[in-house]
Design a binder for this molecule. Structure first.
Ligand code: SAM
Length: 214
């Protein structure tokens, strides 16, 4: 798939309407249900004055929540220009521009341009990307201390729902695909990269895990 095609696919799927809706929800009601386990686990870490790299950060829930516990500099990478611009608008309103660096693009393609951060997060991002091996390897290499993700549970009922999602996307002739990658294989790669799982939350559909560099 060409880079232009990939960018367009994410721009179409994670478009302006969805970005505005998600930001409106966050500002009115706070963190969305599916992101609460991630935020709750992260808030248990001693994050004050530590740096964050949020990959596929969307409208920035993690940034704005961790700002409340004293996170210092933030790097935010996203493939969707609508999400990135919506995030930047809120960053400006909160006078955080001096502490936030953004990159529009596929993390796998741009990872060499980015430095390391204490914490790296991927909240419901690995399931949007086919080549999870590169995404995991390149992103975990950026984590100095902690690495956290939320992914769909590797269970038959989650895969059944995902298959229905794929069918709907195909009928709409939308090239975007959701993926349920193997949790075992993801964890194996992180163990090889020198990480140990220190915390986890499960709900019916999602699994949130936090790893620490050993
Ligand atoms: C389901 S949304 C989640 C957004 C946010 N993390 C949240 O939980 O609210 C997935 C996001 O990941 C981004 N994304 C997916 N693959 C990516 C990649 N390889 N590099 C950068 N962003 C990516 C998409 O553009 C989208 O904004």
């Amino acid at each position: 798939m060409s880079e232009d095609c990939c960018q367009k696919m994410y721009d179409d799927f994670f478009g302006q309407k969805m970005a505005q809706k998600q930001m409106k929800y966050y500002l009115r009601k706070g963190v969305r249900k599916n992101s609460r386990p991630m935020i709750n686990l992260l808030k248990k870490l001693p994050l004050k004055n530590h740096t964050l790299l949020d990959i596929g950060g969307g409208v920035g829930q993690i940034t704005f929540e961790l700002d409340k516990v004293g996170i210092s500099n933030i790097t935010h990478v996203d493939l969707s220009s609508s999400y990135l611009n919506t995030f930047l608008g809120e960053v400006k309103k909160r006078n955080m521009s001096g502490r936030v660096k953004t990159t529009l693009g596929d993390f796998v393609e741009v990872h060499e341009e980015l430095g390391q951060s204490d914490l790296v997060t991927l909240d419901k991002v690995i399931c949007c990307y086919e080549d999870y091996k590169k995404l995991i390897d390149y992103s975990s290499a950026k984590a100095k201390k902690w690495y956290a993700y939320t992914i769909p549970r590797d269970e038959w009922w989650v895969k059944a729902v995902q298959q229905i999602g794929v069918l709907i996307q195909k009928l709409r002739k939308d090239p975007f695909r959701p993926y349920v990658h193997s949790v075992e294989k993801i964890e194996e790669r992180l163990t090889k990269a020198g990480f140990k799982k220190i915390d986890q939350r499960l709900n019916r559909e999602w699994m949130t895990s936090v790893f620490q560099r050993e």
